[in-house]
Design a binder for this molecule. Structure first.
Ligand SMILES: C[S@@+](CC[C@H](N)C(=O)[O-])C[C@H]1O[C@@H](n2cnc3c(N)ncnc32)[C@H](O)[C@@H]1O
Length: 183
């Protein structure tokens, strides 16, 4: 996983909570993304999410162990799917939505983000963006060292843009029960 220099403030924050398989599987079962689509996972972490996305059936996953804010972005038709570091979620949202203006993305973030002034401001500044909120069937328990400690005290949701969601026109979606509880 990307290592910040020791003098960096961010180095001290613990962002090492990885996405369980069922959370990614639930997303890909709900949205309408062809398996031939290229996926971009910009926050590699322990590499588990890339393996899980591949296991779901996406063979082309762009993922590099480098600083997201300094990386060269892949083709713009690549769909950005990630659980980003929560300690810098505001900067990540700003980068994806207003700097890169990335056309298609799904970001797994704490629900409290939706109620923040900064999220409203980021969306307002972009102006032309449409956002869908996908509410998972149950609280996602993030993985620490490959295990789910089961102590996650907050709910998270998928913040989605530019991805087809089938017939429904609603912007706020309650996702169906998990079809797997695999970590
Ligand atoms: C919440 S974890 C999730 C990892 C993976 N995306 C997943 O879903 O399992 C976020 C990861 O991003 C890493 N990270 C933090 N800042 C980063 C940056 N600027 N560029 C790339 N990775 C970063 C953290 O060290 C951590 O491993």
């Amino acid at each position: 996983m990307y290592k910040f220099p020791k003098h960096s403030l961010k180095y001290k924050l613990d962002d090492e909570y990885m996405t369980p398989y069922y959370a990614l599987n639930g997303l890909f079962e709900y949205v309408n993304i062809d398996k031939k689509t290229k996926i971009w996972e910009p926050f590699l972490g322990d590499g588990g999410s890339v393996e899980k996305i591949k296991k779901i059936g996406f063979s082309e996953v762009h993922a590099e162990d480098i600083n997201f804010f300094e990386c060269t972005a892949p083709d713009r038709d690549t769909v950005l799917i990630t659980n980003p570091p929560f300690s810098i979620k505001k900067q990540v949202l700003e980068q994806i939505i207003n700097v890169l203006k990335w056309p298609k993305f799904a970001l797994l973030l704490p629900v409290c983000v939706l109620f923040t002034r900064y999220f409203h401001d980021i969306i307002d500044r972009r102006g032309d963006i449409e956002i869908d909120i996908l509410v998972p069937y149950s609280r996602i328990q993030f993985l620490k060292n490959g295990k789910a400690p089961g102590k996650c005290s907050f709910d998270s949701c998928w913040i989605v843009s530019g991805i087809k969601l089938g017939e429904t026109k609603k912007g706020y979606h309650f996702m169906p029960p998990w079809t797997t509880k695999e970590l």
